[in-house]
Design a protein around this ligand. Sequence first.
Ligand code: ADP
Length: 244
Amino acid sequence: AQGESTMLKLSNVSKHFGGVKAVDGIDIDVARGTVHALIGPNGSGKTTTLNVLNGILRPTAGSILLDGRDISHASPHARAAQGLGRTFQNIRLFPAMSALENVMVGAQRENNPIPGGDAALRERALAALAFVGLADRAQVVVKSLPYGHQRMVEIARALAGHPKLLLLDEPAAGLNSTEKGELVQLLKRLRGHGLTIFLIEHDMALIEQVSDRISVLNFGRKIADGAPQEVLRHPEVVKAYLGE
Ligand code: ADP
């Protein structure tokens, strides 16, 4: 029986490219209000899993439930409308637009316009920028912000859509240690507000600091799943990383 506490449920999900079993029958349950990380050596299937989740790829088999609704074959746009927020590994913002304008784009939902028009949209975007600590940078053109702040703007843009689940693709990539510290604090604050977060990340120190649960892939299969302390000591996980 599936409790109401599951925000995202992958059941027996596979993605094959011809003969390549990039993802091969994985089950992952992301509990509501938790931070859940997906890790694994290079080529283990993390990116493919993320792309099956965000709708860029369709699964060869299996199902994906977001808050109990089957999104396995929904378009990326439909998934966003159903509460899936995301950021990209390589930041994708409009560099010549202000931080506020970029976040307002994220607050818009074509099929589900927010009541109150532009003023409400602006309020929502400003609130998201304030949440990530960039209220005073709202009018600054994105390309003149430091990289770490651009990353925060991208997270704010996802938050402005009021997602049920936030998908982060290597959020710490390219950040310096100060910026990583700020990211850790932000993720903890988001979790404190009840948001559910699913992320792929290479930085193990960050993963250990923020994750409630970790799933580990190797050769497209899940080899471990659990709390960070137990998973990162799991012999098969240690072996998979040393064998890289
Ligand atoms: P990771 O993100 O963990 O490094 P990927 O999901 O990128 O792993 O890749 C998993 C496996 O699937 C690798 O063997 C990779 O070469 C293969 N793969 C990924 N995308 C494709 C594709 N479009 N066509 C063929 N093989 C692919």
